[in-house]
Design a protein around this ligand. Structure first.
Ligand SMILES: Cc1cc2nc3c(=O)[nH]c(=O)nc-3n(C[C@H](O)[C@H](O)[C@H](O)COP(=O)(O)O)c2cc1C
Length: 171
């Protein structure tokens, strides 16, 4: 079985446990490493050509505008072929209820026929939010597998939870 993690994560200013903190490593990035340590996966990071503002409060407004516009921001690099993988893990934050629009830029460009998609959402209280509703359309042809919501502040201590979840997902 061959596994891939596609992730988006925002380093720097983020909202954690009720206050704005500076994260050296994003929460979804931490989860991605735990998954890779467990299931031996290749990693692909979704990153936008135009960076979001470093200021958290500005970034949330940028993200809201993108969501309203159903924007599909341009990515620095796009994956075009996932044919060699069996399981695709999608990992990213809850931004206004769904993944950042950039995640959908990538997911919608891929053919998931015959693949199983498992996904993790990091969040500050909204859990999986509306992400489950978006996955079937975003991942054309995929079988949608397991999901997991991890509150951002708990991400650094979630290794066992994530490892158990990922191991079960690919069984
Ligand atoms: C633009 C933006 C919008 C967000 N919207 C929500 C939200 O609607 N609900 C929620 O629970 N958390 C929200 N958050 C918090 C993130 O989901 C949370 O901090 C997550 O752990 C970030 O993961 P990351 O460090 O991998 O980017 C938002 C954060 C940002 C930057």
């Amino acid at each position: 079985m061959s596994n891939l993690v596609i992730y988006y994560s925002r380093r720097g200013q983020n909202y954690v446990n009720g206050s704005i903190r500076n994260l050296a490593k994003g929460n979804a990035e931490i989860i991605t490493e735990y998954i890779r340590n467990t299931v031996d996966a290749d990693i692909f990071e979704v990153d936008t050509v135009k960076p979001y503002d470093k200021d958290y409060m500005v970034c949330i407004e940028e993200a809201k505008a993108e969501l309203r516009a159903k924007a599909r921001p341009e990515l620095k690099e796009m994956l075009s072929d996932i044919s060699r993988y069996d399981n695709i893990f999608v990992v990213g934050p809850n931004w206004w209820g769904v993944y950042p629009m950039a995640m959908y830029t990538q997911l919608e460009a891929l053919d998931f026929t015959g693949k199983t998609v498992h996904y993790v959402v990091t969040h500050e209280g909204s859990g999986l939010g509306g992400v489950p509703k978006t996955m079937k359309d975003a991942c054309k042809g995929a079988k949608i597998g397991a999901s997991l919501a991890v509150q951002g502040g708990s991400a650094p201590g979630s290794e066992k939870q994530v490892a158990d979840w990922a191991a079960k997902a690919v069984k």
